[in-house]
Write a protein that binds this ligand. Structure first.
Ligand SMILES: *[C@@H]1O[C@H](CO)[C@@H](O)[C@H](O)[C@H]1NC(C)=O
Ligand SMILES: *[C@@H]1O[C@H](CO)[C@@H](O)[C@H](O)[C@H]1NC(C)=O
Ligand SMILES: *[C@@H]1O[C@H](CO)[C@@H](O)[C@H](O)[C@H]1NC(C)=O
Ligand SMILES: *[C@@H]1O[C@H](CO)[C@@H](O)[C@H](O)[C@H]1NC(C)=O
Length: 304
């Protein structure tokens, strides 16, 4: 017969098991070297470089610094967007900044080949359909005009930013920390600019969908939270007061926690989002063949 104390012990054990399964493994940090963590970021830096360069200039990394791609394929479906002058200048600058980031990462820890990216209008259309929860008609085209391109851009640097916030505390080496802190600074700046440009248009209706800019950002943020499966780490441009800074404002130009500190994401959460599949084991979305580098490849091989 089990004594009351051993019954209690088993109960505690079960409770611990439940907590461990429900809470952590999905959202737990992984063990990886500085090099692997920083190379993981290349998956996002390449994506941003290609999307911004093509969007603003109609050409990509292959036209600017092809060696950085290390033989990886060019993206599918990237196009020059129809942008107003100011936005075009800003996005071109962001694209060039990503080239610098790629060069700095490659010089510091070595590169990985550029993975295959799907930047087709259909891929963006699927993402926006998933965000709003029904099929937009006509399909959302990121390259059509300034507001569409800014909404599509809302998706990208933020994921890089929260990834860098999650990376820095796990780095061991001074050189790595210095590099990623400097990458984070610029990534956060890009996200803030995109969000500010969108905030100016927060109440505009995005034609012909009858959805405001702010509501699109809320839907996109909610979609990323549900794909990543680790709680609320992503907030749209307008929020309920209790998510605004000091609970005193519903404007939310920067997405941050209750103390206005940036949210952090793990590589798994990031893969779930950019694959659009909600799992780091199944590629898709922006990365039809999956990401490169040890971390992303490790999950893909694990699944095989
Ligand atoms: C830190 O990382 C850099 C870049 O990978 C490397 O050159 C350096 O030797 C590392 N330093 C230590 C102390 O491990
Ligand atoms: C790109 O994405 C679209 C939409 O999901 C899909 O139809 C197309 O097959 C994808 N292309 C590749 C090469 O994966
Ligand atoms: C925006 O979202 C709010 C809250 O869901 C909703 O009440 C409102 O009708 C939406 N408006 C537009 C135009 O998107
Ligand atoms: C804001 O509200 C949240 C709960 O919604 C609370 O945890 C937090 O302490 C509040 N912050 C301030 C500054 O009152």
């Amino acid at each position: 017969m089990a004594s009351p104390s051993s019954f209690f012990f088993v109960l505690v054990l079960i409770l611990e098991l439940i907590t461990a399964t429900v809470g952590s493994p999905t959202c737990r940090s992984i063990v990886a070297s500085d090099t692997d963590r920083i190379q993981f970021a290349l998956n996002l830096e390449f994506l941003e470089a290609e999307f911004f360069l093509h969007g603003a200039l109609g050409k990509g990394l292959n036209d600017i610094d092809p060696n950085l791609a290390m033989g990886g394929p060019p993206p599918i479906g990237a196009q020059k967007a129809t942008l107003d002058y100011t936005t075009s200048q800003i996005i071109a600058e962001f694209g060039y900044e990503e080239v610098g980031h790629l060069r700095a990462i490659t010089a510091t820890v070595g590169g990985v080949p550029r993975p295959l990216y799907n930047l087709s209008t259909q891929n963006f259309a699927n993402i926006f359909d998933n965000a709003v929860g029904y099929k937009l008609d006509p399909p959302f085209n990121p390259y059509l005009n300034t507001v569409n391109f800014l909404l599509a851009s809302y998706i990208i640097p933020y994921v890089g930013l929260v990834g860098y916030v999650g990376t820095i505390p796990n780095l061991a080496n001074y050189t790595s920390k210095a590099l990623v802190a400097s990458l984070l600074g610029v990534e956060a700046g890009q996200d803030a600019v995109i969000r500010s440009l969108l905030y100016e248009r927060a109440n505009e209706i995005v034609s012909p969908y009858g959805i405001t800019v702010a509501n699109f950002t809320i839907d996109l943020s909610n979609m990323r939270n549900s794909l990543a499966m680790c709680g609320n780490k992503d907030e749209g441009l307008i929020v309920p007061l209790d998510l605004g800074a000091e609970n005193r404002t519903d404007s939310n130009i920067l997405s941050a926690n209750v103390d206005s500190l940036s949210f952090a994401r793990t590589p798994q959460e990031i893969l779930r989002i950019i694959y659009g599949t909600g799992t780091e084991y199944k590629p898709g979305g922006f990365l039809p063949d999956g990401g490169n580098g040890k971390i992303a490849q490790g999950f893909l091989n694990n699944n095989a």
